[in-house]
Design a binder for this molecule. Structure first.
Ligand code: NAG
Length: 198
């Protein structure tokens, strides 16, 4: 299946990956905690889809702004491998418009559960059942002091500091690209087919 991902800049991706790479030592050898690129799934393309990069550019131009902000609302534990622990993103008018336009152009109902969200880790149902690993992974963010409410209280921020900097609190990012990704088989065999600059 080919899906469309909203992706941050390389620098913001590296920042988010400092958090996404936190693994319990007990995870070795299990299918949990595969490495994947930070993304928000915007659409799953139907098999018959002929959506081109040019069409995607047009759809994107028609949505509300060029500067597509991705504000973090909360960190949630989910109930599915692909939504084990995720950042719930605020559904801004611009994001809602982009999501709606893509689906009307594809002429399909959206199949994007919990849109918009950015997954932080994938944990198998078996591992979760064996020790509430999704809850524990989420709780550790607060315990480690890297997740807190924003000063205004309407969102959250994560300390995604890079290269030994003392702190860098991230409460949003600017969408940078839309990627076409072929998601077949294990997570580490997913293939990025194309990238469009937003
Ligand atoms: C933020 O993260 C960095 C890198 O992990 C860490 O060294 C620093 O102590 C953290 N700062 C705060 C205020 O939590």
């Amino acid at each position: 299946m080919v899906v469309l991902w909203i992706v941050p800049s390389d620098e913001d991706a590296s920042r988010l990956q400092t958090i996404m790479s936190i693994k319990p030592t007990s995870a070795t050898g299990s299918a949990s905690f595969p490495k994947f690129h930070p993304h928000i799934t915007l659409a799953a393309l139907p098999p018959s889809s002929t959506l081109t990069l040019e069409q995607l550019q047009e759809i994107k131009k028609g949505s509300l702004s060029n500067d597509l902000q991705i504000p973090f609302k909360s960190v949630n534990k989910g109930d599915h491998f692909f939504r084990s622990v995720y950042i719930a993103i605020e559904l801004t008018p611009a994001l809602a418009s982009l999501h709606a336009r893509i689906h009307s152009s594809l002429d399909v109902e959206p199949r994007t559960p919990r849109f918009p969200h950015l997954s932080l880790c994938y944990i198998t149902d078996e591992d979760d059942a064996a020790g509430e690993h999704r809850t524990r992974w989420k709780d550790q963010l607060e315990a480690l002091g890297i997740l807190r409410s924003t000063a205004t209280g309407d969102g959250i921020e994560l300390n995604c500091s890079l290269g030994g900097a003392s702190e860098f609190w991230m409460s949003s990012f600017t969408a940078y690209e839309i990627w076409f990704v072929e998601c077949i088989g294990p997570v580490d065999s997913w293939k990025v087919l194309d990238k469009v600059r937003i």
